[in-house]
Design a protein around this ligand. Structure first.
Ligand code: ATP
Length: 233
Protein backbone atom coordinates (compact mmCIF):
# COMPACT_ATOMS: atom_id res chain seq x y z
CA UNK A 1 0.00 0.00 0.00
CA UNK A 2 2.86 2.34 0.94
CA UNK A 3 6.24 1.69 -0.65
CA UNK A 4 9.35 3.67 0.15
CA UNK A 5 12.62 2.87 -1.54
CA UNK A 6 16.08 4.39 -1.52
CA UNK A 7 14.90 7.58 0.16
CA UNK A 8 17.54 10.23 0.86
CA UNK A 9 16.70 13.45 2.69
CA UNK A 10 19.15 16.18 3.77
CA UNK A 11 18.76 19.47 5.60
CA UNK A 12 21.23 22.00 4.13
CA UNK A 13 23.59 19.20 3.15
CA UNK A 14 23.27 17.27 6.42
CA UNK A 15 21.94 13.75 5.84
CA UNK A 16 18.82 12.95 7.85
CA UNK A 17 17.72 9.85 5.87
CA UNK A 18 19.96 7.59 3.84
CA UNK A 19 18.71 4.91 1.48
CA UNK A 20 15.55 4.24 3.51
CA UNK A 21 13.24 1.52 2.18
CA UNK A 22 10.13 0.05 3.74
CA UNK A 23 6.77 -1.37 2.74
CA UNK A 24 3.53 -1.03 4.67
CA UNK A 25 0.94 -3.61 3.64
CA UNK A 26 -2.77 -2.96 3.38
CA UNK A 27 -4.54 -3.49 6.71
CA UNK A 28 -1.47 -3.80 8.90
CA UNK A 29 0.12 -1.79 11.70
CA UNK A 30 3.73 -1.05 10.81
CA UNK A 31 5.99 0.42 13.49
CA UNK A 32 9.06 2.54 12.88
CA UNK A 33 11.18 2.77 15.99
CA UNK A 34 14.48 4.40 16.80
CA UNK A 35 16.18 6.82 19.17
CA UNK A 36 15.94 10.60 19.26
CA UNK A 37 17.23 12.21 16.10
CA UNK A 38 17.20 8.96 14.09
CA UNK A 39 15.11 10.60 11.37
CA UNK A 40 11.65 9.23 12.20
CA UNK A 41 9.87 12.59 11.98
CA UNK A 42 11.81 13.44 8.84
CA UNK A 43 10.50 10.30 7.14
CA UNK A 44 6.96 11.10 8.17
CA UNK A 45 7.25 14.71 7.03
CA UNK A 46 8.68 13.60 3.70
CA UNK A 47 5.77 11.20 3.16
CA UNK A 48 3.33 13.99 4.08
CA UNK A 49 4.86 16.41 1.56
CA UNK A 50 6.29 18.79 4.17
CA UNK A 51 10.01 18.01 3.71
CA UNK A 52 11.43 17.38 0.18
CA UNK A 53 13.50 14.30 -0.68
CA UNK A 54 16.72 14.44 -2.68
CA UNK A 55 16.49 10.89 -4.01
CA UNK A 56 14.38 7.76 -3.89
CA UNK A 57 10.75 6.89 -4.34
CA UNK A 58 7.62 6.85 -2.23
CA UNK A 59 4.36 5.54 -3.64
CA UNK A 60 1.01 5.24 -1.94
CA UNK A 61 -1.56 3.06 -3.66
CA UNK A 62 0.42 3.50 -6.85
CA UNK A 63 0.59 7.31 -6.67
CA UNK A 64 3.99 8.97 -6.48
CA UNK A 65 4.05 11.01 -3.26
CA UNK A 66 7.33 12.82 -3.83
CA UNK A 67 6.65 16.25 -5.23
CA UNK A 68 2.94 16.04 -4.49
CA UNK A 69 1.71 19.00 -2.36
CA UNK A 70 0.79 18.20 1.25
CA UNK A 71 -2.94 18.91 0.82
CA UNK A 72 -3.17 16.48 -2.10
CA UNK A 73 -1.38 13.77 -0.13
CA UNK A 74 -3.91 14.21 2.70
CA UNK A 75 -6.75 14.08 0.16
CA UNK A 76 -5.29 10.90 -1.27
CA UNK A 77 -5.81 9.43 2.20
CA UNK A 78 -2.39 9.57 3.90
CA UNK A 79 -3.20 11.54 7.03
CA UNK A 80 -0.82 12.43 9.83
CA UNK A 81 -1.33 12.75 13.58
CA UNK A 82 1.59 15.07 14.32
CA UNK A 83 4.04 14.83 17.20
CA UNK A 84 2.91 16.95 20.14
CA UNK A 85 -0.74 16.63 19.01
CA UNK A 86 -0.97 20.26 17.75
CA UNK A 87 -4.65 20.73 18.46
CA UNK A 88 -5.92 24.30 18.03
CA UNK A 89 -6.22 25.38 21.68
CA UNK A 90 -8.65 28.33 21.29
CA UNK A 91 -11.12 26.30 19.21
CA UNK A 92 -13.62 23.84 20.66
CA UNK A 93 -13.28 20.09 20.43
CA UNK A 94 -15.99 20.00 17.78
CA UNK A 95 -14.33 22.77 15.73
CA UNK A 96 -11.01 20.93 15.84
CA UNK A 97 -12.73 17.80 14.57
CA UNK A 98 -14.47 19.72 11.78
CA UNK A 99 -11.08 21.04 10.62
CA UNK A 100 -10.04 17.45 9.98
CA UNK A 101 -12.91 16.96 7.54
CA UNK A 102 -11.18 19.26 5.02
CA UNK A 103 -8.84 16.42 4.06
CA UNK A 104 -11.63 13.96 3.35
CA UNK A 105 -12.32 15.14 -0.19
CA UNK A 106 -15.78 13.67 -0.30
CA UNK A 107 -14.70 10.24 0.89
CA UNK A 108 -16.25 11.04 4.25
CA UNK A 109 -19.55 9.95 5.70
CA UNK A 110 -20.27 9.25 9.32
CA UNK A 111 -16.80 9.99 10.70
CA UNK A 112 -18.05 12.16 13.56
CA UNK A 113 -20.23 9.36 14.96
CA UNK A 114 -17.33 6.96 14.59
CA UNK A 115 -14.94 9.31 16.42
CA UNK A 116 -17.46 9.84 19.22
CA UNK A 117 -17.97 6.10 19.52
CA UNK A 118 -14.22 5.53 19.69
CA UNK A 119 -13.55 8.36 22.15
CA UNK A 120 -16.80 9.16 24.03
CA UNK A 121 -14.99 11.89 25.99
CA UNK A 122 -14.80 13.94 22.77
CA UNK A 123 -18.61 13.88 22.53
CA UNK A 124 -18.99 14.79 26.21
CA UNK A 125 -16.58 17.71 25.80
CA UNK A 126 -17.59 18.78 22.30
CA UNK A 127 -18.12 22.44 23.30
CA UNK A 128 -15.06 22.72 25.51
CA UNK A 129 -11.92 24.50 24.27
CA UNK A 130 -9.29 22.04 23.07
CA UNK A 131 -6.66 23.83 25.17
CA UNK A 132 -8.55 22.90 28.34
CA UNK A 133 -8.30 19.14 27.69
CA UNK A 134 -5.77 16.86 29.40
CA UNK A 135 -2.81 15.60 27.38
CA UNK A 136 -4.48 12.24 26.81
CA UNK A 137 -7.72 13.84 25.66
CA UNK A 138 -5.74 16.09 23.29
CA UNK A 139 -4.08 13.00 21.82
CA UNK A 140 -7.54 11.46 21.30
CA UNK A 141 -8.66 14.72 19.67
CA UNK A 142 -5.63 14.72 17.37
CA UNK A 143 -6.44 11.14 16.32
CA UNK A 144 -10.12 12.02 15.97
CA UNK A 145 -9.28 15.01 13.78
CA UNK A 146 -7.21 12.78 11.49
CA UNK A 147 -10.05 10.24 11.31
CA UNK A 148 -12.43 12.99 10.21
CA UNK A 149 -10.38 13.13 7.00
CA UNK A 150 -11.35 9.50 6.25
CA UNK A 151 -7.74 8.25 6.09
CA UNK A 152 -6.73 5.20 4.08
CA UNK A 153 -3.51 5.11 6.07
CA UNK A 154 -3.13 6.82 9.45
CA UNK A 155 0.41 7.93 10.28
CA UNK A 156 1.10 8.71 13.93
CA UNK A 157 4.21 10.46 15.28
CA UNK A 158 4.97 9.39 18.86
CA UNK A 159 1.39 9.04 20.12
CA UNK A 160 2.53 7.79 23.55
CA UNK A 161 4.80 10.76 24.25
CA UNK A 162 4.19 12.39 27.62
CA UNK A 163 1.11 10.33 28.49
CA UNK A 164 0.48 8.30 31.66
CA UNK A 165 0.59 4.50 31.09
CA UNK A 166 -3.15 4.05 31.62
CA UNK A 167 -3.91 6.70 28.96
CA UNK A 168 -1.33 5.21 26.60
CA UNK A 169 -3.19 1.88 26.91
CA UNK A 170 -6.48 3.58 26.09
CA UNK A 171 -5.01 5.31 23.02
CA UNK A 172 -3.34 2.12 21.78
CA UNK A 173 -6.51 0.06 22.35
CA UNK A 174 -8.27 2.58 20.10
CA UNK A 175 -5.56 2.15 17.45
CA UNK A 176 -5.93 -1.64 17.64
CA UNK A 177 -9.69 -1.29 17.23
CA UNK A 178 -9.25 0.98 14.20
CA UNK A 179 -6.89 -1.58 12.71
CA UNK A 180 -9.37 -4.42 13.33
CA UNK A 181 -11.91 -2.30 11.46
CA UNK A 182 -9.52 -2.33 8.50
CA UNK A 183 -7.46 0.84 8.84
CA UNK A 184 -3.77 0.66 7.88
CA UNK A 185 -1.50 2.36 10.42
CA UNK A 186 2.10 3.58 10.31
CA UNK A 187 3.22 4.12 13.87
CA UNK A 188 6.34 6.08 14.74
CA UNK A 189 7.39 5.42 18.32
CA UNK A 190 10.30 5.74 20.70
CA UNK A 191 8.59 3.27 23.04
CA UNK A 192 9.90 0.15 21.32
CA UNK A 193 8.21 -2.33 23.64
CA UNK A 194 4.78 -0.85 23.04
CA UNK A 195 5.37 -0.45 19.31
CA UNK A 196 6.57 -4.04 18.83
CA UNK A 197 3.63 -5.39 20.84
CA UNK A 198 1.19 -3.43 18.70
CA UNK A 199 2.57 -3.81 15.16
CA UNK A 200 2.72 -6.70 12.71
CA UNK A 201 5.92 -5.52 11.00
CA UNK A 202 8.53 -3.05 12.16
CA UNK A 203 11.73 -1.33 11.13
CA UNK A 204 14.43 0.21 13.28
CA UNK A 205 15.93 3.49 12.18
CA UNK A 206 19.30 4.64 13.49
CA UNK A 207 21.15 7.72 12.25
CA UNK A 208 18.95 7.94 9.18
CA UNK A 209 19.35 4.29 8.11
CA UNK A 210 17.09 1.27 8.49
CA UNK A 211 19.30 -1.11 10.50
CA UNK A 212 16.75 -3.90 11.09
CA UNK A 213 13.32 -4.83 9.79
CA UNK A 214 10.97 -7.77 10.07
CA UNK A 215 8.02 -9.28 11.87
CA UNK A 216 7.50 -7.23 15.06
CA UNK A 217 7.18 -10.30 17.31
CA UNK A 218 10.49 -11.65 15.96
CA UNK A 219 12.27 -8.32 16.48
CA UNK A 220 10.94 -8.25 20.05
CA UNK A 221 12.94 -11.44 20.72
CA UNK A 222 16.07 -10.48 18.82
CA UNK A 223 18.97 -10.20 21.30
CA UNK A 224 20.26 -6.98 19.72
CA UNK A 225 16.83 -5.35 19.90
CA UNK A 226 16.32 -6.58 23.47
CA UNK A 227 19.75 -5.21 24.41
CA UNK A 228 19.41 -1.83 22.75
CA UNK A 229 15.70 -1.10 22.92
CA UNK A 230 13.89 -3.34 25.38
CA UNK A 231 16.41 -3.84 28.15
CA UNK A 232 15.17 -0.98 30.26
CA UNK A 233 11.53 -1.23 29.26
P1 ATP B 1 12.77 12.85 17.57
O1 ATP B 1 12.26 11.62 18.17
O2 ATP B 1 13.65 13.65 18.47
O3 ATP B 1 11.72 13.69 16.88
P2 ATP B 1 13.50 11.79 15.02
O4 ATP B 1 13.94 10.38 14.95
O5 ATP B 1 12.11 12.11 14.64
O6 ATP B 1 13.79 12.37 16.46
P3 ATP B 1 14.25 13.84 13.18
O7 ATP B 1 13.51 14.90 13.92
O8 ATP B 1 13.71 13.37 11.90
O9 ATP B 1 14.53 12.60 14.12
O10 ATP B 1 15.74 14.39 12.94
C1 ATP B 1 16.71 13.68 12.17
C2 ATP B 1 17.97 14.53 12.04
O11 ATP B 1 17.70 15.67 11.24
C3 ATP B 1 18.48 15.06 13.38
O12 ATP B 1 19.89 15.06 13.32
C4 ATP B 1 17.95 16.46 13.42
O13 ATP B 1 18.79 17.29 14.18
C5 ATP B 1 17.95 16.87 11.96
N1 ATP B 1 16.87 17.82 11.63
C6 ATP B 1 15.55 17.62 11.83
N2 ATP B 1 14.82 18.67 11.39
C7 ATP B 1 15.72 19.56 10.89
C8 ATP B 1 15.63 20.85 10.27
N3 ATP B 1 14.44 21.44 10.06
N4 ATP B 1 16.78 21.47 9.89
C9 ATP B 1 17.98 20.89 10.09
N5 ATP B 1 18.15 19.68 10.65
C10 ATP B 1 17.05 19.01 11.05
Amino acid sequence: MLDVSGLNVSYSGIRALQDVSLTVGQGEIFALIGPNGAGKSTLLNTLSGIVPAQAGQATFEGQNLLGMPAHRIARAGLIQVPEGRQVIAPLTVRENLELGRIASSGRGGSELDHVHDLFPVLAERRNQLAGSLSGGQQQMLAIGRALMGAPRILVLDEPSLGLAPVIVREVFDALLRLNREGLTILLIEQNAKLALETARHAAILEQGRVVMRGVAADLAHDPLVVDHYLGRA
